[in-house]
Design a protein around this ligand. Structure first.
Ligand SMILES: NC(=O)c1ccc[n+]([C@@H]2O[C@H](COP(=O)([O-])OP(=O)(O)OC[C@H]3O[C@@H](n4cnc5c(N)ncnc54)[C@H](O)[C@@H]3O)[C@@H](O)[C@H]2O)c1
Length: 252
């Protein structure tokens, strides 16, 4: 039995890395996918792959930091599928490891806009729909940088800590209304997130000083499996939680 049969799922940052893996796995499990990303060509590739396998997918080019564009995503989803069963706030960017004294307003607002405002906009619009439906699931992709001070720069660390706070608050607020909201805190995972990075030398040196303790890098498919667990009924009693998926790195 497919675990997400006919569930309508919005996944942000679906064009690459974890979002791509989550989209493919959730489609294999029977979900109708709304794939959101700023990169239209990667969305095109993803939707072709899903469609060729017989899956149902709608791609939407949108910037999650832009409230109007998030609003359009929600509206298009409702107009097309009439429900939002699962929302995966996955889109995120790194901050080049900048320590606080060197963080510009532009960098701060860019990182906060994508990593925190985006999930906030989407949750604010999805929750009333989920309440009307009688339930729903929200999964926020945070980071072990949302639980520790040494995995990224000041802006990324603050954004991912705040995302965990948002997760816990939503989880608790609507716990009696059938909405579950959880976060995943991945450790280092092989994706494209670091590809365009130009790290600040001081910040990078400070943050990678504990890297020797990392057992291994993870694969996006392993985070997708974690997301599937949180999305389906197997995790029915898990709410307001942060699931660390880091191969044991932060257990040291
Ligand atoms: N890779 C890691 O080691 C790691 C570790 C912990 C947490 N994370 C988090 O996992 C999530 C996914 O990252 P990834 O590693 O798969 O990265 P990735 O760069 O491979 O994929 C991120 C996707 O998000 C899209 N995106 C970026 N800005 C966007 C915006 N404003 N609106 C819509 N889409 C946007 C990108 O185009 C890209 O397709 C992020 O939230 C990231 O912070 C990653």
């Amino acid at each position: 039995m497919k675990k997400l049969l006919n569930k309508v799922v919005i996944i942000t940052g679906a064009g690459s890395g974890m979002g791509e893996a989550i989209s493919k796995l959730f489609s294999d499990e029977g979900a109708k996918i709304v794939a959101v990303d700023v990169n239209d060509s990667s969305l095109e590739k993803l939707t072709n792959e899903i469609t060729q396998k017989g899956g149902v997918v709608m791609k939407i080019k949108a910037n999650v930091a832009n409230e109007d564009e998030v609003s359009s995503v929600i509206k298009l989803t409702m107009d097309t599928f009439g429900a939002i069963d699962i929302l995966v706030n996955n889109a995120g960017v790194m901050d080049d490891f900048y320590p606080v004294d060197l963080v510009t307003n532009d960098l701060w607002h860019k990182v906060m806009g994508i990593n925190l405002d985006g999930p906030f906009f989407a949750c604010r619009l999805a929750v009333p729909i989920m309440l009307k439906q009688g339930g729903g699931v929200i999964i926020n992709i945070s980071s072990i940088g949302g639980l520790n001070g040494s995995r990224a720069g000041a802006a990324y660390t603050a954004s991912k800590h705040a995302l965990i706070g948002l997760t816990k608050n939503i989880g608790f607020m609507y716990a009696k209304s059938g909405i579950r909201c959880n976060a995943i805190a991945p450790g280092g995972v092989n994706t494209n997130i670091g590809k365009s990075m130009k790290p600040n030398a001081f910040g990078y040196e400070r943050c990678t000083s504990g890297g020797a303790g990392m057992p291994r890098m993870g694969d996006s498919a392993e985070i997708a499996n974690t997301a599937l667990f949180l999305a389906c009924n197997d995790s029915s009693f898990i709410n307001g939680s942060v699931l660390v998926a880091d191969g044991g790195w932060t257990a040291y």
